[in-house]
Structures are given as C-alpha cells and as structure tokens.
Write a protein that binds this ligand. Structure first.
Ligand SMILES: Nc1ncnc2c1ncn2[C@@H]1O[C@H](COP(=O)(O)OP(=O)(O)OP(=O)(O)O)[C@@H](O)[C@H]1O
Length: 197
C-alpha cells in the first residue's frame, strides 16, 4: 500500500474548500469552523505556503513561475493530506481558471465540499483599508473572477454575517448527509470549468 493511502479501515479525509476574494473572511471562518467540528481538522491556507518561501530579488517572469509552482505544490499537499485520511479546511482564491482545473484533476471529487465565501465589494474594500496588510485593490481585481465557475455546495455571505455565523452554516451543511453529487463531481462530469490561464 502506498504511504500516502489511508490505513486499513480508514477513510480518505474530507476537504472543506473555502473560496473567496482576499478579505472575504476565509481564514476567520476557517478558524471558527474547526472549533465547531469534532475530530481533528487541519487548516491549510495558500497564504501559509507563500509565507514559507524565501524572497530573493526576482524579475516579474521569474516571480510568475515561482508563484505558479507554489500554488501547484499547495494543491498537491492538500491532495496528499486528504489521501492519507486527514480532514482539511482549505483557504483558497480561485482567481485563475487553471487553479480550479488543477484541483479538479487532483482531489477526489466526492470528498470536496466547495464553499463560496461571498462579500459585497464596498465591504471588501473597507476591510482591505482597515487591515492595511494587503495591496489596495487586490479584492477588486479578484472580485469578478473568483466565483466565475458558478457552482458550489454551500454559499455564505460574510457581508452581513459574522465569521461564527458563516461557520455555523457550513457546519450545519456538513452534519447533513447528502446523497447527491458534489459541486466538484458536477464540474468534473460537465468539464466546463473554464479555459484560459
Ligand atoms: N464577517 C466579517 N465581518 C467583518 N469583518 C470581517 C469578517 N470576516 C473577516 N473580517 C475581517 O476582514 C479582514 C480579512 O479577514 P480574513 O483574513 O479572514 O480574510 P481572508 O479571506 O482570509 O483574506 P486573505 O485571502 O487576504 O488572507 C480581517 O481584518 C477580519 O477581521
């Protein structure tokens, strides 16, 4: 048995996949959600992977390749952790079509609960200004692209709800056993998750 597979009698891990723009509240919701769930869960965030990288001086071409390899590595780390039987909450920004395609290729689609974390743009911009640790205009640049694929298992709106309330909605969904196909399964079957870089 490959080392990345679950042991005898162990299931693969679930992947609760939070997707939204910067400042939508993904990390805040992830933190609240794992507090509500029993059993050990991991929070895997793309930001944490970017933070692990050293930052020597680089030109834009070189940087583009480095960023892409970081995202690809992040996706493979998520797939590997889930394959080994770990339950995961993943914090992600699907602002480029290839990121979703890569995840669709790698993750077991029935194991993924895809959560859209929505928030109106004026509120995103307010949070961005307030926190001051994200480039101005980042959320606006991602806004029209992040939810372009359109399909989710659960949608929350952090614009008029606290992270705790959003987490409670997601936890309630997880407690319901759904026999229907997941959003990842539907997109895999349809093969319509977007062309382009
Ligand atoms: N529901 C909410 N209502 C009000 N403020 C919120 C809410 N959720 C998050 N915030 C605030 O917005 C800011 C961004 O939150 P958070 O880091 O959770 O977002 P994020 O989507 O993970 O962002 P990024 O992708 O840039 O890391 C924080 O200052 C946080 O306190």
């Amino acid at each position: 048995m490959p080392a990345s597979e679950p042991g005898p009698g162990e299931a693969r891990g679930r992947i609760v996949f939070l997707n939204g723009t910067s400042s939508a509240g993904k990390s805040s919701i992830a933190g609240e959600l794992v507090r509500l769930l029993d059993a050990p869960w991991f929070v895997l965030s793309a930001d944490a992977f970017h933070a692990m990288r050293t930052a020597p001086a680089m030109g834009p071409d070189q940087l583009e390749g480095v960023l892409r390899r970081t995202w690809r590595g992040f996706h493979r780390a998520v797939a590997g952790m889930a394959a080994a039987g770990n339950d995961l909450v993943v914090d992600h920004v699907l602002s480029e079509p290839w990121r979703l395609r890569d995840c669709l290729d790698l993750f077991v689609p029935e194991d993924v609960v895809l959560v859209g974390v929505h928030c109106p743009l004026p509120e995103l911009e307010r949070r961005e200004r307030l926190r001051g640790d994200r480039p101005a205009g980042l959320a606006a640049r991602q806004f029209s692209r992040v939810h372009a694929h359109g399909d989710y298992d659960v949608v929350v709106d952090s614009g008029d709800r606290s992270p705790q309330e959003c987490a409670r909605e997601i936890a309630a969904f997880l407690r319901r056993t759904s026999a229907g196909p997941t959003a990842f399964t539907r997109m895999r079957v349809a093969g319509t998750w977007g062309q382009g870089p």
